[in-house]
Design a protein. Structure first.
Ligand SMILES: *[C@@H]1O[C@H](CO)[C@@H](O)[C@H](O)[C@H]1NC(C)=O
Ligand SMILES: *[C@@H]1O[C@H](CO)[C@@H](O)[C@H](O)[C@H]1NC(C)=O
Ligand SMILES: *[C@@H]1O[C@H](CO)[C@@H](O)[C@H](O)[C@H]1NC(C)=O
Ligand SMILES: *[C@@H]1O[C@H](CO)[C@@H](O)[C@H](O)[C@H]1NC(C)=O
Length: 710
């Protein structure tokens, strides 16, 4: 078995190099470690991380939360404009240490910052595991900053600097929307809205109900933004509706939203959202059995895409393991809105039942989750429905297949920033996607007619330094790690010195200037004659003509090229091997599934008898929970044993290999990709492309294979 695994990994690696969107080879490598404008990392003590977090970009300045400080940096040079120091008092630190936290964690890590309409800055931090907020007034005469108010930051800032939380301040209503946790242990996760006004304590504050795994369960928030009349929250969480083969809950990617004008329901639901809905995000490689990237890691802002729609680009990964894979998918905001507005709701009648959609006539009116002028007047039926069933039945599918997939042999993708609508020489517009990795690099990616091209891979920090935030302006890219910030130009056109190599970058920022014979950035395009070919990456207009398989100068590319040519040589042989392997595996798997299925049957019988009395509690769950929260009793977290899913529902590599075997015999599998925004349809891929892509989709999944065979 160990040999089989090695062989599988070997094959996966090699097929991976030849892929359409898997493990694409960057056109250009840039080593920028130690270059560009830098901030931080001067006296880094490895035990005391700064936990930098990019909190806002405010005109020409960047606001960065750090340990016991907020930095206001100049966007142009990363020099410090201002700095606010805020250390927790010694007794707070002692108390925090007594509760078992490390001295390094018992500091004030600033996690939230917003500029209020009165010009004051709202700043919130972990404050030695006891979150606090302050308001600061800026005196433009002497440049000093004065603390004018301090209040409890519970539900606004997390307790732990590592917690993945999100906050969005809305100046018009002086309210803050957050996705975070409200307790020391980090168990009570919530989506919350709090009024920041003085003397407004408690008024208009609304939250998700606690201790209900159908609402939120151990979420990691990645972003929030306002879009039309809603606030959207993006996160990953343990899905109440899904268990894997070992009856463990699976993490799913989610998008959720609340209405800005939601005032909560009538008592006792007066502090509950009446509009909180959520849906699963589906970023997957399709074959007979889809291969899912379930763990949402980062999302972009909504990017304008045609009439009345916006695209959100998102980074996903498979569960963490040494064979983790990442992918980038794009989603239509219109599609998300439509699902929330017209889709059906998913529910489970009893703890033992399957999750099913509600029938049209079972959904109360007005429709649960709709924005209404006065939510406190909503009928009880609507409110209790939405509190119990916030999940939409259908998952939101991405726009076409993943834009890019990074295999297990590549660093994980961690962050994303999109520079929208960059003009090419021929006035076509392209969204440029920048991706941060777990090994301190940034990839610059552009989608051309449905295919991704990795224009450039830039090493920004030492290997092993994950990128935690990315921000792009039309000229600069700001890259944030826990202890260092860098600012680099968005392009490196000048690195290429011939026309064909310049054109080959397929970078909308770069074109060959046939007068000065240089690869130049768009800033210097004026008059003259510029050569660029975004679609084919080669041009007859180049003096050297069309150069196929251009060899780049970089060593890193060289080594990859050697491997690529080997793949070419052995491809047929390897395909044969893969098919043979699949046949062997399907034999083994058949036996295995039989075994699992019988185990599953036994297990579900056991659960059924154990939990047979919990059915009625569960049906009146929404109400029972409400009363409990209002009296502020902390109930222990109820963790339903969700069973009753077919073992097949969560796909693993073994079944994928099986389905690959089937697909090989279905050459007419349609796979047409429509590019968002432009309405261009690229032709279906041919049979060989499908075969290759299925192999690629299948084989790298051996982190599951590993689980199965070892
Ligand atoms: C997109 O990729 C496919 C598969 O590699 C290729 O056949 C097709 O020509 C590409 N399209 C463009 C416009 O490059
Ligand atoms: C950051 O500093 C700049 C330059 O002094 C100032 O204009 C800006 O208002 C500051 N931002 C905040 C949020 O304090
Ligand atoms: C926050 O997210 C990062 C990256 O996705 C992850 O490595 C980390 O464990 C998360 N933090 C917590 C407390 O779960
Ligand atoms: C996710 O998308 C894939 C590909 O479009 C599809 O085959 C699959 O059924 C979808 N899954 C869910 C849960 O909707």
């Amino acid at each position: 078995m160990a040999n089989l695994l090695t062989l599988l990994t070997f094959l996966a690696t090699f097929f991976g190099l030849n892929g359409a969107s898997l493990n694409l080879r960057p056109r250009q490598f840039v080593n920028a470690v130690g270059f560009g404008d830098r901030f931080g990392s001067i006296n880094t003590n490895s035990e005391e991380s700064d936990h930098f977090k990019l909190l806002a970009a405010d005109g020409d300045s960047l606001l960065v939360g750090a340990r016991n400080a907020v930095y206001n940096l100049s966007l142009a040079s990363l020099s410090v404009n201002h700095r606010i120091d805020w250390k927790p008092p010694a007794e707070h630190i002692e108390e925090c240490i007594m509760k078992g936290k490390s001295k390094a964690d018992c500091q004030n890590y600033i996690r939230v910052l917003a500029r209020k309409s009165d010009g004051h800055a709202l700043v919130c931090g972990t404050h030695a595991f006891s979150p606090k907020c302050r308001e600061y007034a800026y005196n433009s005469q002497d440049g000093s900053v004065k603390n004018t108010r301090q209040f409890d930051g519970q539900g606004i800032s997390p307790y732990d600097p590592r917690d993945n939380s999100t906050a969005l301040y809305i100046p018009e209503s002086n309210e803050i929307y957050t996705g975070t946790v409200t307790d020391f242990a980090g168990n009570d996760a919530l989506i919350y809205r709090k009024s920041i006004g003085e003397g407004q304590a408690g008024r208009g504050n609304v939250r998700t109900q606690r201790d209900d795994v159908r609402v939120l369960d151990a979420p990691n928030f990645v972003a929030s933004f306002t879009y039309k009349e809603h606030i959207y929250f993006w996160f990953r969480e343990q899905a109440a509706e899904a268990v894997d083969n070992n009856e463990e809950r699976v993490v799913y990617a989610r998008v959720s939203r609340v209405c800005k004008n939601d005032r909560g329901g009538a008592r006792p639901a007066n502090e509950r959202w009446t509009s909180f809905l959520k849906a699963r995000l589906n970023c997957s490689l399709s074959s007979a059995a889809p291969f899912y990237f379930n763990e949402l890691k980062a999302v972009s802002e909504p990017i304008a895409a045609g009439a009345n729609d916006h695209t959100v680009y998102a980074v996903f990964s498979t569960p963490s393991s040494e064979l983790q894979m990442s992918a980038v998918c794009a989603f239509s905001m219109k599609r998300i809105r439509d699902e929330f507005e017209y889709g059906s709701f998913k529910y489970q009648r009893t703890v033992q039942s399957l999750w099913l959609p509600y029938g049209r006539n079972e959904i109360p009116k007005p429709r649960p989750g709709t924005c209404v002028p006065d939510s406190t007047k909503l009928p009880e039926a609507t409110i209790s429905f939405v509190l119990r069933n916030p999940l939409m039945h259908k998952a939101i599918e991405s726009i076409g297949p993943p834009l890019l997939v990074e295999g297990a042999d590549r660093a994980d993708l961690t962050q994303i920033a999109v520079l929208p609508r960059v003009d090419s020489v021929s006035d076509q517009r392209y969204d440029i996607v920048f991706l941060g990795t777990s090994d301190g690099r940034v990839l610059k990616v552009v989608e051309i007619a449905g295919n991704a091209t990795v224009i450039q891979a830039t090493s920004v920090f030492n290997k092993g330094t994950p990128i935690v935030n990315l921000l792009t302006t039309p000229t600069h890219l700001v890259i944030v790690s826990a202890d260092e910030i860098a600012s680099l130009a968005v392009q490196n056109c000048a690195q290429q010195s011939t026309c064909s190599r310049c054109v080959q970058l397929q970078d909308p920022h770069c074109a060959w200037d046939s007068n000065s014979h240089r690869c130049v950035h768009r800033d210097s395009w004026s008059g003259g004659h510029y050569i660029q070919n975004m679609v084919f990456g080669q041009s007859e207009q180049c003096p050297e003509g069309i150069v196929v398989n251009e060899v780049f100068g970089d060593d890193e590319v060289q080594s990859e090229r050697i491997m690529t040519s080997r793949v070419g040589q052995y491809t047929a042989q390897m395909l044969l091997l893969a098919v043979l392997l699949a046949a062997v595996i399907s034999g083994v798997v058949g036996v295995f599934i039989g075994f699992r299925f019988s185990r599953w049957l036994t297990a579900s019988e056991a659960h059924r008898s154990a939990s047979s009395t919990s059915g009625s509690d569960y049906d009146s769950f929404g109400r029972a929970r409400l009363t409990r929260h209002d009296s502020l009793t902390t109930a222990s977290k109820i963790d339903h044993a969700y069973i009753g899913q077919q073992p097949k529902a969560s796909m693993d590599a073994t079944s994928l290999v099986l389905s690959m075997n089937q697909s090989v015999h279905q050459p007419h599998h349609p796979m047409s990709i429509s590019q968002h925004g432009s309405g261009i349809n690229t032709p279906s891929r041919d049979k060989n492309a499908i075969l290759t892509s299925i192999n690629q989709n299948t084989l790298p999944r051996d982190y599951k294979v590993k689980k199965v065979y070892l």
